[in-house]
Unconditional design. Structure first.
Ligand code: NAD
Length: 304
């Protein structure tokens, strides 16, 4: 089977491409950045800006499954550049929808985000688009609307996954937009100060990227057989405070000395984030990686 993975050079994309290759699947990867995986028989990389470039059809006419990950992903960045974030993320997804072969493609899985919930898991559907917490959240919500409309018209399986906080191998640790786990592991290893935004009591639902990879594969294969539109929250269903997270990282990395600095929260007031995974659990049997196990594996990756 042939897969298209957009955003193949990013954190999740790299893990997904590695997994698909191991499964002996053929992959076309698209990104504006160079991939971390070399071109081999099963993996062909195409450098392509999905938000502006035409001519996508020629490359993706024969794909069976699509996993769309390409996006501007940082919420702080999207606060700074809202129009660019929104239009890029919307254009990327529309470019894919308008250029896939609807007769051949079995399933399109696209990355949405828990960011659309903002500070409440309830009532987000009643919110006006302008009331979303960030342009990033708006763009993900607009992707979901586009997907639903596309499904209604063409009856191709479209599955949106609202990811919570993902962590694991290949997550960028060196950008100022890096997420907390790679940033803190990196700072512990390099003996740099650990910055805690807020008081450290805010909690997040952390999910290991190995789970994301398996879920994408499982869902594509399942929903490729039928025609449906679905949205799933993808989190562990458990929430861990940043203070507890730091304790784990210190314990598992065996670092004895480290410095902490508290800074006003940049998190836009979201104190607790926890996925409601009832729908996903009703539909699939899946055991999420325990946080301690996932963190140990992630630390090993950054210590290499
Ligand atoms: N990492 C998380 O915790 C998390 C949480 C919720 C949702 N998501 C979503 O999951 C997806 C993957 O996230 P990630 O953490 O791997 O992000 P990432 O930034 O590591 O990867 C995104 C990739 O998309 C590429 N890209 C951006 N604009 C592009 C364009 N115009 N054309 C082609 N490629 C382009 C980037 O170069 C990058 O390699 C994203 O859509 C993100 O919004 C991630």
């Amino acid at each position: 089977m042939k897969w298209l993975v957009t955003g193949c050079s990013g954190f999740v994309g790299t893990n997904i491409v590695n997994y698909l290759i191991q499964k002996n699947e053929e992959v076309i990867g698209i990104d504006i950045k160079k991939p971390k995986i070399n071109n081999i028989k099963l993996f062909k990389f195409i450098k392509f800006d999905l938000s502006v470039r035409k001519g996508l059809k020629d490359y993706i006419n024969d794909v069976d499954y699509v996993i769309n990950l390409a996006a501007i992903v940082s919420i702080p960045y999207s606060k700074k550049y809202p129009n660019k974030t929104k239009s890029t993320n919307v254009k990327i997804f529309r470019n894919i929808l308008h250029n896939i072969n609807i007769k051949k493609t079995k399933c399109i899985i696209f990355a949405s985000s828990s960011a659309i919930y903002g500070d409440s898991l309830k009532n987000y559907e009643k919110k006006k688009i302008s009331n979303f917490f960030s342009a990033y959240a708006q763009s993900k919500y607009l992707n979901e609307i586009d997907a639903k409309n596309f499904y209604k018209k063409y009856k191709i399986s479209l599955i949106g996954l609202r990811y919570f906080n993902l962590y694991g191998s290949f997550s960028n640790a060196n950008s100022r937009y890096s997420s907390v786990i790679p940033k803190w592991i990196n700072n512990l290893i390099k003996k740099k100060v650990i910055i805690i935004n807020g008081d450290g009591n805010q909690s997040r639902d952390f999910v290991h990227v190995d789970d994301i990879v398996k879920i994408n594969y499982m869902l594509a294969k399942n929903f490729g057989k039928i025609k449906t539109f679905k949205l799933f929250n993808i989190g562990s269903g458990k929430s861990t405070s940043l203070k507890t997270l730091l304790n784990y990282l210190v314990k598992f990395s065996k670092i004895k000395k480290y410095k902490i600095k508290f800074r006003p929260s940049a998190d836009f007031g979201v104190m607790e984030s926890k996925a409601n995974i009832k729908l996903f659990k009703q539909s699939f049997k899946f055991n999420f990686t325990k946080l301690d196990k996932g963190l140990k594996k992630t630390i090993q990756f950054y210590e290499r």
